[in-house]
Design a protein around this ligand. Structure first.
Ligand code: HSE
Length: 402
């Protein structure tokens, strides 16, 4: 179901791997007038007809529309079918119900392609780290915004031109705002939270700040300190057991493995309680890399594999956004400083792109003021770790005393 970037990528992969032995029996698409890479008689226009066909032993859902995707996947799971999806927005909204449907009707849903394209992060979390506590899962989960940041940083490419390239290369969502305003990596963070911490979060609980407001001044500010700006998703368990999650532009130092993750590549750092640190890196967007993840799911279904959701079956940790974070704020208007109640300001001034400051705020406040920040055309970049509120004040006071 669906023959866009991912559907075509998968089709092409299966043609190149006749030994895999999968036959694409029926392809349902929405638009009958669109020109496609296969003859028109290969397509049909009612996805429900596929649901009614008992001979199809796997359904692959790779359509754009999250609501329609949910309707189709739900109906398929209610028939106890085996389904593969790449629809991260749909999963982030409906994962609890989809897990329950698998339990109730005995079907299987796999969705490796939904998070980090070709990187086997969900299988790693579910199959390998299902029993081990994770201190953090953090990384670059969106290829398009990483592509734009790479082009702006390496070549000084204009934001709009770099975004147009990402669209042409098939990395961006149909609505690129989903990538640039970090809705897409927020969906991926929500899915990761279920597998890494056994937490069903609502997308609205997770702070997502993007790069729509970025200017060459911000890139130059980072460069002057030997840093790069990357959109980093962080899921973290604090020493007191509470878990937090956010997606935000972040200053990344050369010592981080994320520093060299460029273009449409994604990278995820896992900090496990006993294994220590691991790093996974690979293509996060594009037809073939994402199709590769669907292929892996098809192979997994043959082996009768399903997600175990081990951590969901354990007592859930508390989720919090009541935490301090130091940020670099740059905004055409200075009033944003009060909206964020910026404290412990260590740098402040006015430059070619307006007001800038470095100071502390809280995740909860950023979450509350997110729309305002976006409307103001502001950019927020995380400068350091997230910490409990008292700790942050203490370390800021120490820094001032030195
Ligand atoms: N638009 C997404 C990205 C595609 O840029 O990462 C892969 O999920």
């Amino acid at each position: 179901m669906g023959f866009g970037c991912v559907g075509q990528g998968l089709y092409d992969i299966l043609q190149q791997l006749p030994g895999f032995g999968a036959e694409v029996r029926r392809i349902a698409v929405k638009n009958p007038t669109k020109t496609r890479s296969l003859p028109a008689d290969r397509f049909e226009y009612h996805a429900d007809a596929l649901l009614d066909d008992p001979e199809l032993d796997v359904l692959v859902e790779v359509i754009d529309d999250a609501a329609e995707a949910f309707r189709l996947v739900k109906a398929a799971l209610q028939q106890g079918r085996r389904v593969v999806t790449a629809n991260k927005a749909m999963l982030a909204r409906h994962l609890p119900e989809l897990v329950q449907l698998q339990d109730e009707f005995g079907g299987t849903l796999l969705y490796e392609a939904a998070v980090c394209g070709s990187i086997p992060i969900l299988r790693t979390l579910d199959a390998h780290f299902g029993s081990e506590p994770l201190r953090s899962v953090s990384g670059i989960l969106n290829g398009s915004s990483n592509y734009v940041l790479t082009r702006m940083t390496q070549e000084g490419t204009d934001y709009a031109a770099a975004l147009a390239e990402a669209q042409l290369l098939g990395f961006a969502e149909t609505d690129p705002t989903l990538d640039m305003a970090a809705f897409d990596p927020r969906s991926k963070a929500v899915i990761l939270a279920a597998h890494a911490y056994g937490l069903f979060l609502k997308p609205e609980q997770v702070l997502h700040l993007g790069i729509e407001g970025i200017t060459p001044t911000d890139i130059a500010y980072a460069k002057a300190q030997g840093l790069k700006i990357k959109v980093v998703a962080t899921l973290e368990q604090l020493p007191d057991g509470r878990v937090t999650a956010l997606v935000a532009p972040t200053f990344v130092a050369e010592s981080s493995p994320l520093y060299t993750v460029e273009h449409e590549f994604n990278g995820v750092i896992l900090e496990a309680a006993f294994a220590g640190t691991q790093f996974l890196r690979g293509r996060g967007a594009g037809g073939h890399p994402t199709g590769s993840a669907v292929l892996a799911d098809l192979a997994a279904l043959r082996q009768k594999r399903a997600y175990t959701y081990t951590k969901l079956r354990q007592p859930a940790a508390a989720f919090t956004t009541d935490l301090a974070v130091e940020i670099y704020l740059r905004s055409p208007s200075e009033s944003i400083r009060e909206d964020l109640a910026l404290t412990d300001i260590s740098l402040e001034g006015t430059g070619p792109d307006g007001y800038f400051a470095v100071g502390f705020t809280t995740l909860a406040r950023l979450l509350k003021q997110r729309e305002k920040l976006r409307e103001a055309g502001a950019l927020v970049v995380r400068t350091g770790p997230i910490s409990a509120l008292q700790e942050a004040r203490h370390s800021a006071q120490e820094a001032l005393a030195q």
